[in-house]
Design a protein around this ligand. Structure first.
Ligand code: SF4
Ligand code: MG
Length: 332
């Protein structure tokens, strides 16, 4: 397997008072350097849990993780906590939605960026400060020499997000996981931040996992796309394949709820109705069947009895029993 990142049969379960929550239920994917994988789905689909598992950020007291997460030849799921601590920030880094809770209010932006560098490279205070200024400039913060001594609350939301990106990227990590990094920002700032991530990726050749509920973000940055539903991947392909020729009714629904992405304004497709299933009691068969408008187009109750899978090899695939002919009819 030539992929830089290879996730194989990942399962994450939480023990709760009400039973076992299957947050990630058998997930496999790969990602090469310099590429961006967009993971899209509603909240509770397992996107964030997947990223936390890859980062080794699960509390073993409450969760059980199994499978393999190979990064550059090393299985992160069997790495020691100490090893993971050394990898986080240097080799893999994460950018979260909420910069306020990721940045400490009590330390200057510059010292927080510098601290990451000092921790991983043993850089001196002076080197760390210089590098923090350089990073602030790189992420487009004006007057970096002044801003380096500012506190997070002195920054606007967009600037804080840039500062967090600077902190995540200061050691040039090879894998960056961005979890809804622009959700809290207005559209203009959102576009700027996504452009910035793309530009930084071109400079460094890092692999990026972009986690989002927003297909608009996917359309902007993803090379490959994985659509998640109830802890599983239900469609995967290149951005073009998934956005232009989506194969799963759930993906159709997501696209229909994003009018500006629709290629055909007269498309008969509708946004997804209903709510995601409880991960405590997943529906039998296709987990999407209680919300699917097309289950009656599949013979012998297959949708409610047998769980469909993605094709095991790479390429565009959707976990749905509808034949291509019927899909083409439905999509008009
Ligand atoms: Fe709908 Fe059946 Fe396809 Fe699931 S397998 S998405 S229920 S048609
Ligand atoms: Mg989330």
């Amino acid at each position: 397997d030539p992929s830089f990142l290879t996730v194989r049969d990942l399962y994450v379960q939480f023990k709760t008072e009400d039973g076992v929550v299957k947050a990630v239920d058998g997930l496999s994917f790969g990602l090469d350097r310099g590429r961006t994988l967009g993971i899209v789905g509603e909240s509770g689909s397992g996107k964030s849990v997947t990223s936390m598992a890859v980062m080794g950020l699960h509390d073993p007291r409450y969760s059980e993780v199994s499978g393999e997460v190979w990064l550059d030849g090393e299985n992160l799921l069997t790495a020691t906590p100490r090893r993971m601590e050394a990898l986080r920030g240097r080799k893999v880094a994460m950018i979260f939605q909420d910069s306020l809770s990721s940045l400490s209010p009590f330390h200057t932006v510059g010292s927080q960026i510098g601290e990451v560098l000092t921790k991983h490279t043993g850089a001196s205070r002076r080197e760390a400060r210089e590098r923090a200024i350089e990073m602030l400039a790189r992420v487009g913060i004006p007057q970096p020499k002044l801003r380096v001594d500012a506190y997070p609350h002195e920054f606007s939301g967009g600037m804080r997000q840039r500062a967090m990106i600077a902190m995540a990227l200061v050691c040039d990590p090879e894998l960056v996981i961005a979890d809804e990094p622009t959700t809290a920002l207005d559209v203009t700032v959102q576009a700027q931040i996504l452009d910035l991530l793309k530009a930084l990726q071109e400079e460094t050749g890092s692999a990026i996992i972009m986690i989002t509920h927003d297909l608009g973000v996917i359309a902007d940055v993803a090379d490959e796309v994985m659509v998640m539903y109830a802890g599983r991947a239900i469609e995967r392909g290149t951005r073009r394949e998934v956005l232009k020729a989506p194969g799963h009714p759930y993906t159709w629904g997501l696209l229909a709820s994003m009018p500006h992405l629709a290629t055909d304004p007269d498309s008969p497709l509708r946004p997804v109705r209903g709510t995601p299933p409880s991960l405590l009691t997943l529906p039998s068969g296709c987990p999407f069947h209680p919300r699917c408008d097309y289950a009656d187009r599949v013979p012998v109750d297959l949708c409610s009895t047998e769980r469909p899978d993605l094709h095991p090899r790479t390429g565009h695939s959707s976990a749905c029993y509808l034949s291509q002919t019927v899909k083409d009819q439905i999509r008009g």
